[in-house]
Ligand binder design. Structure first.
Ligand code: DSN
Length: 422
């Protein structure tokens, strides 16, 4: 870490400073393929570390329980206006601390404990908070879950409809964490209308693609849009809930005072900056490049003999099914990490293995696109992945070290936003 970058931290707490410095090096040198991660800009980093942190602001702009809100109100109002403008919504709440609290606030707004709620099963690509059993949402509510078809890996909309009409859930969640294909929000809306359910689109993974016009928007189809702000949207760790005016009061009451205390104002500032960045033409180009890179990477992986869930991707995310290889997901992910390629192991639909030792590896292109890699680099990335999985099967640490050197070399040529060392 350079003294000029974090001088006070370095002098007050050199041990902690050394961890941050090591993380800066790691993020600069590695090829980060976790699809829910990204690099924020230097401006977002700066906004997220300001004195706004020092304020308590329970309430909403103009309606606070604390004084001294002259500037905080302007920050939050700006973030709200930018969210409304970018996504074309009536109402935005920018206070949820992250995606799970945001989703919990939706339950609080529209359901009572014990009510039936519906979402995609976690091992099929859904999220814990969509009613999965080990989550509070699956134990305080009665979660019923849909999945994908075994033969196509695609959402089975007929099965979703049958389940919704049989169960009449209070809430239906669409969206997830390992879905490589476009979500048909209109189809979900039709199902939710027939079932009399509130429809929630959890677009955490694809919010940046939606903002940049690289994925259809759910806004005209759903009751509530829930999103984190730090994935493809490239903001700080936080979340937003957006809805039509008719649901605004219920959503705001659920976030505060229902679930949370004071908003994290420094994060709100970072969100405002990220929303401003996402409204620029360069972000539209970024979002489309994320998808183009993912499609090119998927094609190159198929050429290298990998099986991909659903056969490819429409968005930023690829789910590699290693069932046919000698190497399960966790061993592959750890070998890739040693090769300087950071991924996460993941269940695949109908996975015969356990979630902590599953058959898949989940990758995505948001971070590498933020560094300027383009479709021409994707065959090389696929080749590195293939060689790493092969090396993992053979226990060939030398091969992994050689790939790591190649990765470090390429990454040095593509500086990452917000990092001094790239
Ligand atoms: N953050 C989500 C993801 O990695 O997709 C999981 O909650």
């Amino acid at each position: 870490m350079s003294a000029s970058r974090h001088p006070a931290l370095l002098s007050t707490d050199p041990e902690l400073a050394s961890f941050v410095a090591a993380e800066e090096v790691l993020q600069a040198q590695t090829l980060r393929l976790i699809p829910s991660e990204n690099y924020v800009s230097a401006a977002v980093l700066e906004a997220s570390g300001t004195v706004l942190q020092n304020k308590y602001s329970e309430g909403y702009p103009g309606r606070r329980y604390y004084e001294g809100q002259q500037n905080i109100d302007r920050v939050e109002a700006l973030a709200i206006e930018r969210a409304k403008g970018l996504f074309g919504v009536d109402h935005a709440n920018v206070q949820p601390y992250s995606g799970s609290p945001a989703n919990l606030a939706v339950y609080l707004a529209f359901a009572k404990p014990g009510d039936t709620v519906m979402g995609m099963a976690l091992p099929m690509g859904g999220h814990l908070t969509h009613g999965w059993g080990v989550s509070a949402t699956g134990s305080w509510f009665r979660g019923v879950q849909y999945g994908v078809r075994a033969d196509t890996g695609l959402i089975d909309y007929d099965a979703v409809r049958d389940l919704a009409l049989a169960e009449r859930p209070k809430l239906i969640f669409c969206g997830g964490t390992a879905l490589p294909r476009t979500i048909d929000f209109a189809a979900f809306a039709e199902i939710a209308r027939e079932a009399g359910s509130i429809l929630v689109a959890d677009v955490a993974h694809i919010a940046g693609l939606i903002a940049g016009g690289a994925h259809p928007s759910p806004v005209d189809h759903v009751d509530v849009v829930s999103t984190t702000t730090h994935k493809t949207l490239r903001g700080p760790r936080g979340a937003m809930l957006m809805c039509r005016e008719e649901h605004a009061r219920a959503i705001d009451k659920a976030v505060f005072p229902g679930l949370q205390g004071g908003p994290h104002n420094q994060t709100t500032a970072g969100i405002a900056v990220a929303l401003h960045e996402a409204a620029q033409p360069s972000f539209t180009a970024y979002a489309h490049q994320v998808v183009a890179n993912a499609k090119a990477l998927a094609a190159a992986l198929l050429q290298n003999g990998f099986d991909l869930v659903s056969g490819g991707t429409d968005n930023h995310l690829i789910l590699i099914d290693l069932t046919g290889k000698d190497v399960p997901g966790k061993i592959a992910a750890k070998a890739l990490d040693r090769a300087g390629i950071v991924v996460n192991y993941n269940t695949v639909p109908f996975d015969p293995r356990k979630p902590f030792d599953p058959s898949g590896v989940r990758i995505g292109t948001p971070s590498l696109t933020s560094r300027g890699l383009s479709t021409e680099h994707m065959p090389l990335v696929a080749d590195w992945i293939a060689r790493s999985v092969d090396a993992a099967a053979k226990g060939d640490e030398q091969a992994l070290a050689a790939i790591r050197a190649e990765v470090t070399d390429l990454m040095a040529a593509f500086p990452a936003p917000g990092l001094p060392l790239s």
